[in-house]
Design a protein around this ligand. Structure first.
Ligand SMILES: C[S@@+](CC[C@H](N)C(=O)[O-])C[C@H]1O[C@@H](n2cnc3c(N)ncnc32)[C@H](O)[C@@H]1O
Length: 219
């Protein structure tokens, strides 16, 4: 990467973490290949794990970063964790606008600190596809109340790695003293509510006319 591009990426990862263990576990568990990452900023790390990633961001610095294609290819090819050919694409703009991505074509949608990705981009996710969402902005809470998504489980840290866990799902998204979740407040404040049990990463599966065999959580 050019020095400036490399510095931006390195500084970002130092500050926000690469979170590569999270993506490793999602790939291991769900075998996702084609990924959409709305509000990615310069968080290139998913491209080291998944063979095809579409990054989307409206920030001009992300546009500049992803325009250094050669340097980014070099980085991906040097650090990718498998032998597959990796492709990436960057869409500069608002993910709430229509994007030139085929509907129902994405295996994994990433929602990390970037607003209500699950609401605005779920039509690109195929039925049976996976949503990886944090709740910092309340997106996991919104997905949990959306009939298009089934809550499959969480990613929990275990011995420096992340592990998919689905044994205690009924204990998540519960407010203290069984208070109701006010979705309007979540939307207005862009903040996830406090729950009695929470996780850093929540996993959902898009529902629809899904062939039963596609349902990943039945294994
Ligand atoms: C806090 S950063 C998080 C970056 C990355 N998701 C991560 O977890 O490291 C939020 C990013 O989302 C982008 N963003 C927020 N809303 C967006 C929208 N509607 N369309 C495109 N980008 C958006 C911002 O430009 C910013 O780069």
């Amino acid at each position: 990467m050019s020095k400036e591009t490399m510095r931006l990426y390195k500084e970002y990862v130092e500050r926000a973490g690469s979170r590569i263990e999270v993506f490793r576990e999602v790939r291991r568990e769900f075998r996702s290949k084609r990924v959409l990452y709305p509000g990615s900023y310069v968080h290139l790390t998913p491209s080291l794990i998944f063979p095809e990633v579409i990054f989307v961001d409206s920030d001009i610095r992300a546009k500049r970063f992803f325009s250094c294609r050669e340097e980014i290819w070099d980085h991906i090819n040097q650090f990718k964790e498998n032998e597959e050919e990796h492709l990436f694409q960057f869409i500069s703009g608002d993910y709430q606008s229509e994007m030139n991505i085929p509907l129902n074509s994405i295996d994994l949608l990433i929602s990390e600190y970037a607003g209500f990705v699950s609401i605005h981009t779920k039509e690109y996710l195929r039925n049976g596809g996976i949503l990886l969402a944090g709740d910092s902005h309340g997106d996991a809470t919104l997905a949990n109340s959306d009939p298009d998504f089934l809550f499959l489980g969480v990613l929990k840290e275990c011995e420096g790695q992340y592990c998919f866990q689905k044994g205690e799902n009924e204990r998540y998204f519960r407010r203290y003293r069984n208070m109701a979740v006010d979705l309007d407040t979540v939307k207005n404040t862009m903040k996830g509510p406090k729950y009695s049990k929470s996780a850093d990463y929540y996993i959902f599966q898009k529902q629809g006319r899904t062939n039963e065999k596609e349902k990943i959580n039945q294994k």
